[in-house]
Design a binder for this molecule. Structure first.
Ligand code: PLP
Length: 403
């Protein structure tokens, strides 16, 4: 028996399936995976050592459940690393240690009373900016909830503009991803002010997924920096260690927030998880007290910035056109070409499949709200390795593209 229909699989899962299928049929050696959103390096040495020591520690508390929602040093330093804000100066702010960001996104609609009609609230459904990391959309699909898209456009540099929202929508929550995935563009103070004022006026909760914040290359203002001046806003911003310290499998993040929203999320969360791995929490707490953590985060940021410079040149020389600059993280977003080897391509998904089959290169296709077609590449690929770059150039030279 099946309760879920055919939907509920997000884009990243689809690509993973395509790649797995390819590997099974053709082997792994020739595959150039330049679409992955997972760092290809390991966590910093100091962090690894500190956590290893904690694993061997006989301190009982280290090995217990880590449900913590107090302003401990780890949370405080993690928020400061991402936002520059010292939360001690804001008594109305709370923080929460997260064993991850991703499943937390799924709990947010539940914490906003998804599908409950025993509350007298006009607001209905959930809105997300797009093109976007579409995890929340699949959750609203599972929950059979209304889902609205807040479009962003390349000609506006993928900015958040309230005038682009569907006018009829009054959701319970808006989720933004800034700096974005796939559009690696940050946000400005003006964008947040406009969004916050709209949310306060319409009683909408505002959440930003800031997974790429600590890897900012150009300008980006965090939601936290602006929201602290709006006590009437129900808001939250999530940060993750996954990309900042190449620790995707370690599962650690921190959320900062104010308001009722928090107590509701905490209620839901405590039914779903018991906190991250203890030695990781105590090791990370020690690590973040050192200046070394800031230096390591900076080193990762600079590594991606330099890799992006090299890779962007390879792809633009090949003929691709950038859809936007890269403000943060490791993604590059390009307009999808119209032809491949003089044959018209229908859309970026078809283009992606053709390229995997012809060149064994994996990247990720995206569509805009007006039907615009994009492809996303990632710098989780060692662009300093000359042999790898030569191979990439060689493979690309085997096809012709045009717009
Ligand atoms: C926008 C965004 N948020 C969150 C995540 C996942 O974060 P975490 O590893 O903390 O679950 C990703 C990973 O790809 C992401 O791109």
């Amino acid at each position: 028996m099946k309760y879920l229909g055919e939907g509920g699989v997000n884009l990243f899962q689809k690509i993973a399936m395509l790649v797995a299928d390819y590997k099974e049929k053709n082997g792994e050696e020739n595959l150039i995976n330049i679409g992955s959103g997972e760092p290809d390096t390991t966590p910093p040495e100091t962090l690894k050592k500190l956590v290893a020591e904690e694993v061997l520690s006989d301190v009982y508390a280290t090995h217990t459940y880590q449900e913590n929602n107090s302003k401990n040093k780890l949370n405080q330093n993690f928020v400061e690393l991402n936002t520059g804000i010292n939360i001690d100066k804001y008594p109305n702010l709370s923080t929460q240690l997260l064993p991850w960001e991703k499943p937390m996104l799924g709990l947010l609609p539940i914490a906003c009373g998804a599908n409950r009609d025993d509350v007298e609230i006009d607001n209905d459904g959930f809105m997300v900016n797009a093109p976007n990391y579409d995890v929340i959309q699949t959750w609203t699909w599972y929950l059979w909830e209304k889902s609205f898209v807040w479009p962003m456009f390349a000609e506006e540099n993928f900015a958040l503009k309230v005038s682009n929202m569907p006018a009829w929508a009054k959701p319970r929550m808006i989720l933004t991803v800034k700096p974005g995935n796939p559009c690696p563009v940050g946000a400005t103070r003006e964008e947040w002010v406009e969004t916050i004022e709209h949310c306060i006026k319409n009683k909408i909760r505002l959440v930003n997924d800031g997974a790429y914040t600590a890897l900012t290359h150009n300008s980006h203002v965090t939601l936290t920096e602006v929201a602290v001046d709006y006590p009437e806003l129900e808001w939250m911003e999530l940060f993750s260690g996954s990309k900042t310290f190449s620790m995707c499998g370690w599962r650690l993040g921190v959320a900062v927030w104010s308001s009722d929203f928090v107590s509701e999320l905490a209620k839901v969360k405590w039914n779903a998880d018991s906190g991250p791995f203890g030695p990781l929490v105590s090791g990370m707490e020690k690590y973040l007290e050192w200046n070394q953590a800031k230096l390591d985060a900076k080193e990762k940021q600079e590594m991606y910035e330099k890799r992006l410079e090299i890779l962007t040149k390879v792809f633009t020389d090949f003929g691709l056109k950038l859809a936007c600059p890269t403000d943060a993280g490791f993604f590059m977003m390009f307009d999808c070409p119209k032809t491949l080897d003089w044959k018209e391509v229908l859309n970026s998904e078809e283009y992606n499949k053709e390229i995997i089959t012809k060149l064994w290169i994996v990247w990720v296709p995206f569509s805009g709200q007006k039907g615009e077609q994009f492809i996303r590449y990632s710098a989780c690929y060692d662009a300093f390795d000359e042999a790898k770059i030569a191979k990439l150039k060689d493979v690309l030279s085997r096809v012709e593209i045009s717009y």
